[in-house]
Design a protein around this ligand. Sequence first.
Ligand SMILES: C[S@@+](CC[C@H](N)C(=O)[O-])C[C@H]1O[C@@H](n2cnc3c(N)ncnc32)[C@H](O)[C@@H]1O
Length: 352
Amino acid sequence: MAKRGALDLASGLGGKLSKQQVDSAAQQYVNYHELYGGEEESRKSNYAELANKYYDLVTSFYEYGWGDSFHLAGRWHGETLRESIKRHQHFMALQLGLKEGMKVLDVGCGIGGPLVEIARFSSTSITGLNNNDYQISRGQEFILSAGLSEKCNFLKGDFMDMPISDNSFDAAYSLQATCHAPNALGVYSEVYRVLKPGQYFALDEWCLTDQFDSNNARHRTIKAEIELGDGLPDIRTTRQCIQAMKDAGFEVVCAKDLASDFPCPWYQPMDPTHISWSSFQCTRIGHFITRTIVNTLEFLRIAPAGSMKVYNFLQTASEGLLKGGREGIFTANFFILGRKPALETGTTIGNL
Ligand SMILES: C[S@@+](CC[C@H](N)C(=O)[O-])C[C@H]1O[C@@H](n2cnc3c(N)ncnc32)[C@H](O)[C@@H]1O
């Protein structure tokens, strides 16, 4: 279960960092980014540190504001935020054709919200791969309380170099996590390697659309805001991701921006003028309350120094995502389904 109280927010802030390290870690984190004079090459070569610092700093904010699943989803009218997120997880399970007994990999699994929901929905065993120790410790508490620790587990590791043998899994999925990779081909090739032949990989990517114009200064600023607010080394285009799936060896079965399928777009929760009881923290009043709580807790030294810095770059994330989504230059829901080709007759996995 996600920790959603204000004191949980303060106590979890910094993850595995000591409370004294939060302020300097937040400063080092922002310095990686264009808006603070940082460079893409340095973000790419330090991608693991960039993502790990980011998630140490923000995980308790995510749990407070978002719950136990850290991804976005389009919504139908009348659906709560939580319902839309679960429905999206069920959609992934159905696209993969998950069935009882299958061994599934969740690439970049967060604290395990999707893993728990998909394991229950499909009666599968899921391994969550994550490079962040704090999130893994939260995830372990979560699967224990969900009664799933016999069937599901977490594995600490980098998805660019997975500590997993070849041909191990019956299916793999990734929900808005591979955007942290310094290049898409690296992570997709690793998923390809650990999947059994003939099996499927479904993912939701964060991408620039064909409307993004790299010569447009406003577009470039929105991209930089999303990178800063979300721990990203760079953002790839939809075309680059499809090509990387093919280059990794996958047959691309489906590639589609799901954003246009829904009357309420994935970026609606980022719109502070939108009134919603199910995502109250995201409304203008909700922002005001959270800001006041964080400011007060930092002033009283209940939350560590640097907490407001983290709050501020998360605000930049919301603003960048809202502008990117509204202007159609960015999508958080680019869905790709790929299949690792089956073995030719007469070949066995041992002599691949
Ligand atoms: C936006 S969160 C999504 C988490 C999860 N899929 C969900 O929807 O709740 C991105 C996740 O990717 C993980 N991640 C980032 N870089 C990683 C890497 N190099 N290897 C493994 N996991 C990574 C982060 O720690 C985080 O858990």
